[in-house]
Every structure is written in structure tokens, then in C-alpha cells.
Design a binder for this molecule. Structure first.
Ligand SMILES: [Zn+2]
Length: 192
């Protein structure tokens, strides 16, 4: 079993997007997996995330609120730890060993304004927490257990495989799609 499931946070140009082909062939399935949780997130509300973002200097109080809401929405109970790194693109991860989401921010992130940093962090938290959810399913009798189990065992990291192999996994595409939705919902609310 691989120890960590990471997030590279890389952005690619359109003609060269890792996982694009995989996404095109499987997007309906991926959307279907994520949809109930995205709806639940909207229903439950995220006022606490927004108010904390407004009332505190840093983004951590708002991030903690998001963590708590997502724990509820996904029905999981991982720990969450923040780590700052001197790397330009530190990898955040979900560790199956200690059921912990590690959110790694770069010192370079200080170039971002507060809302940009918040949205980036929210995306990362949502992504890694979705891996915690997938790991829970992998160890259950649910429909996707076998698929997730296989991918967790044969997990391709961006370091061991090319980025195309990494992105062409249900584990990654689902987590990316879920995180994208959560980020957009909050981003729209901030703009209002
Ligand atoms: Zn990931």
C-alpha cells in the first residue's frame, strides 16, 4: 500500500493536459461520484468558512472550518496538519498510515493575496480529504471499493510515473474534480 496520495498543483497548457484523455472517457462516471458530495456541501452551507475568512488575518481559521464541514459531508475523520515548506511546489498529501491530511504551503505562497491563498488552500484540503474518503471506501463493501483498492496499491506518483499516468487515475481525477467544485463554489461566494 502506498503511503501518500499527493497533489502536484501543477497547471498545464490546454493541448498538453495530463489526464485529459482519461477525463474525456470517464467524465460522466467521475461527475456522478462527486455530485452527491458537492450537493451536500451546498446544502450544509459554508458561512463559517466565509465569515472566518473575513474576520481573521490568516487563512487557517477558515481552512479549519472547511476541514470540519468536509469531514461531515464526506463522513470521514482524518486529522489535518499544516506544514510550511521552502520548496516551490511542495506536495500536500493524504497519508493512509496515520489517516492524516498534510497541507503543505510554500513560502512562495506569500506572493498571493489572502483570497488567492485561501482558495488554493481550500482546493488542496478538498483534494486530500477526498482521498481520505476514497480510502475509507476502499476498505468497505461499497461499489467502488475494488477499483480504489487497485489504484491505491498501484498508485502512480508524479515522481515515479509521468504526470500523465498520475492524472489518469480515478483517485486523482475524482479528487481534482471534487476540489475544483468546492473551490468554485467558495470563489463565487467571495465575489458576491
Ligand atoms: Zn491527489
Amino acid at each position: 500500500m502506498n503511503e501518500t496520495i499527493g497533489n502536484t498543483g501543477t497547471k498545464e497548457t490546454e493541448d498538453n493536459v495530463p489526464g485529459l484523455k482519461f477525463w474525456e472517457s470517464n467524465k460522466e462516471e467521475i461527475k456522478e461520484v462527486c455530485r452527491p458530495f458537492v450537493s451536500k456541501f451546498k446544502e450544509k452551507g459554508y458561512d463559517k468558512v466565509l465569515s472566518r475568512l473575513q474576520n481573521y488575518d490568516g487563512v487557517e481559521p477558515a481552512s479549519n472550518a472547511l476541514y470540519s464541514i468536509l469531514s461531515d459531508v464526506l463522513d470521514i475523520d482524518p486529522e489535518m496538519k499544516y506544514e510550511s515548506s521552502f520548496e516551490e511546489k511542495p506536495r500536500s498529501s493524504y497519508s493512509t498510515n496515520d489517516n492524516t491530511v498534510y497541507i503543505r504551503t510554500s513560502i512562495k505562497d506569500s506572493n498571493l493575496n489572502k483570497n488567492e491563498l485561501a482558495l488554493k488552500t481550500f482546493n488542496t484540503i478538498s483534494h486530500e480529504m477526498f482521498h481520505a474518503y476514497q480510502y475509507k471506501v476502499a476498505n468497505s463493501n461499497e461499489e467502488r471499493a475494488e477499483l480504489y483498492k487497485q489504484e491505491f496499491y498501484g498508485y502512480k506518483t508524479p515522481e515515479t510515473e509521468c504526470k500523465y499516468g498520475y492524472a489518469s487515475q480515478f483517485l486523482e481525477m475524482e479528487a481534482m474534480f471534487f476540489a475544483y467544485n468546492i473551490e468554485m463554489i467558495i470563489s463565487d461566494a467571495i465575489k458576491k
